[in-house]
Structures are given as C-alpha cells and as structure tokens.
Design a protein around this ligand. Structure first.
Ligand SMILES: Nc1ncnc2c1ncn2[C@@H]1O[C@H](COP(=O)(O)OP(=O)(O)OP(=O)(O)O)[C@@H](O)[C@H]1O
Length: 263
C-alpha cells in the first residue's frame, strides 16, 4: 500500500499547503481520509481545520501539493451556523430542499424521490416539526440541524462539517451524532468534521491532529488524542506537569481541569 493510492481512501492529500493573502494556513499536509468512514479534524483555534475543510470542498485552492480522489460528485460543506445570514427569507423545508438543487433535472422541478429524500433528512435530524418555520427564527442548535439536513440531502460522497456540535444541548448532540453515524453506515458517505468536541472526535474512525497548519499526528482517535499530543497541539510548554500540580491547601481532584480528552 505504501506510496500508491489506496481504494479504501476517499481522498489523499500530498504535501498540501494553502492560505490566504499573506497568511499561510496549511503547511505540507500529507494525509488520507478513509472512504465511507468518519474523520475528525482536531486542533486549537487557528490550527487550520476550517482551511482544510475549504481545500477539500474546493473553495480554497492549494498553493502547493495535490489533493487526489475528489473527481466525483461535489462535496457538501456544512458551515458553522453563525456563518448563515439571519435575514434569509426561507423555511426549514426549503433550506433542506436546496440540497437537491444540483441534482434536479432540466425543468428544475423536484421529483417525488427528491421530496421524499428531503422528508427523510428532516426526520433524521428531528426537525419535522420545524419544517414550516423560517430558518432565521430558529435557535442556533435548531438551525445547525437544518444545515446538516441540507448537507445530507445533497447525498454527497464527501460530507464536510465545520464544528457540527458546538454549543448544542444533549438532545441535539445525540441527533447529530446519530445522523452522522447513519451517513457513513447506511449511505456509505465519507464524513469529515472539524471539532472541538473530544467526545465526537473519539467516535470517529480516523483523526488528524493539526497545530499551526501542520499535521501533528494521524490515526485512530484513541491513539492520536493522548494527553501528551493534545498538550502539544494546544501549545502548552512541554515542561508543564500534567495534571497541573495542586496547591497544597486544595483537597480532592474536583478542581483539576479536565482537558485530557475524556480518557
Ligand atoms: N479568510 C481568511 N483570511 C485570512 N486568514 C484567514 C482566513 N481564514 C482563516 N485564516 C487564518 O488561517 C489560519 C487557520 O485558520 P482556520 O480557520 O483554518 O483554523 P481553525 O483550526 O478552523 O480554527 P477555529 O478552531 O478557530 O475554527 C489562522 O491563522 C487564521 O487566522
């Protein structure tokens, strides 16, 4: 397998660099994304997770390196809910139905199968009861579910999500993790998400740990997301004892911050 493209990989990045005017965001990333599986992108703010999603979505062009395997259907990119305007006069069902637009026939009319798929996606995210509401009137967590349903409605081979569970309550979190599980398990979709949610990252099959635009580690999340690796990714000096030494007067462990990745 070494060297050549493996059919079990949906995407292969080779020495990919990318950035914005005057600012490099990704530095020589070489990585594979397993086909039909879930990959989590983990790293501190500014590490390059969103930029990597943009490269995979084809909206940020690499300045160097190659991205192999993206020849088929257009990837679906689900952005953070905050990136979507409040003012759009559109209902939740219309939002999800927009996911079908690229596949509509010459008359641009949704067929029965398109309409059924939209209802399935509303069901999967538990938002049937919100279908007639305006997107802009929803809470952040409700809107996030509508945007994920729109991504699923595209039936992409590659589903890219930027922080899909950030700031959600337990029920919304469960609905979204279930929907992502069904996407790979039932639909065969390759799922890639950027996340600060270590519980979600640990559910993934594969994980890329980024720091300052570089790939620090790649592999199964439980192996990659060690306390030591997370400490390096978050830039804490290596000499810092972990967990931090407790002041002598403090009792118990309750005040030790749990930053070690739910392990
Ligand atoms: N549109 C932009 N223009 C200029 N620089 C940008 C732009 N978007 C991101 N950057 C820079 O690129 C680097 C990587 O940012 P990116 O958004 O990819 O990180 P991230 O890991 O997704 O961070 P976060 O966890 O905060 O979402 C950062 O230095 C950031 O400031």
């Amino acid at each position: 397998m070494a060297g050549g493209h493996d059919a079990s990989d949906a995407v292969e990045l080779r020495a990919v660099s990318a950035g914005y005017a005057g600012r490099q965001a990704l530095r020589e990333i070489t990585a594979r994304l397993p086909r039909g599986r879930v990959t989590a992108l983990v790293g501190a703010n500014g590490a390059g997770k969103s930029s990597l999603l943009s490269v995979l979505a084809g909206v940020l062009r690499p300045t160097a390196g190659t991205v192999g395997g993206l020849g088929g259907r257009r990837p679906a990119l689900v952005v953070q809910r905050s990136a979507v305007s409040d003012a759009l006069p559109i209902t939740v069902r219309e939002t999800v139905a927009m996911g079908r637009w690229a596949d509509l026939g010459p008359w641009r009319r949704p067929r029965r199968a398109d309409r059924e798929l939209v209802e399935t996606c509303l069901d999967r995210l538990g938002i049937q009861d919100l279908a007639r509401r305006q997107l802009g009137d929803l809470s952040g967590g409700q809107r996030q579910r509508a945007l994920i349903a729109q991504g699923l409605a595209q039936r992409p081979e590659l589903l890219l999500l930027d922080e899909p569970t950030t700031g959600l309550d337990a029920e919304a979190h469960r609905l979204i993790t279930d929907a992502l599980d069904r996407a790979w398990a039932e639909d065969g979709t390759t799922v890639v998400h950027a996340t600060h949610d270590l519980e979600l990252a640990l559910r993934a099959h594969h994980c890329l740990l980024l720091a300052h635009g570089r790939l620090l580690a790649a592999g199964p999340p439980a192996e990659v997301l060690t306390q030591d690796a997370l400490r390096r990714a978050w830039g804490t000096p290596d000499l810092t004892p972990w967990p931090p030494a407790e002041p002598a007067a403090t009792h118990g462990t309750a005040s030790v911050p749990d930053r070690g990745g739910h392990r």
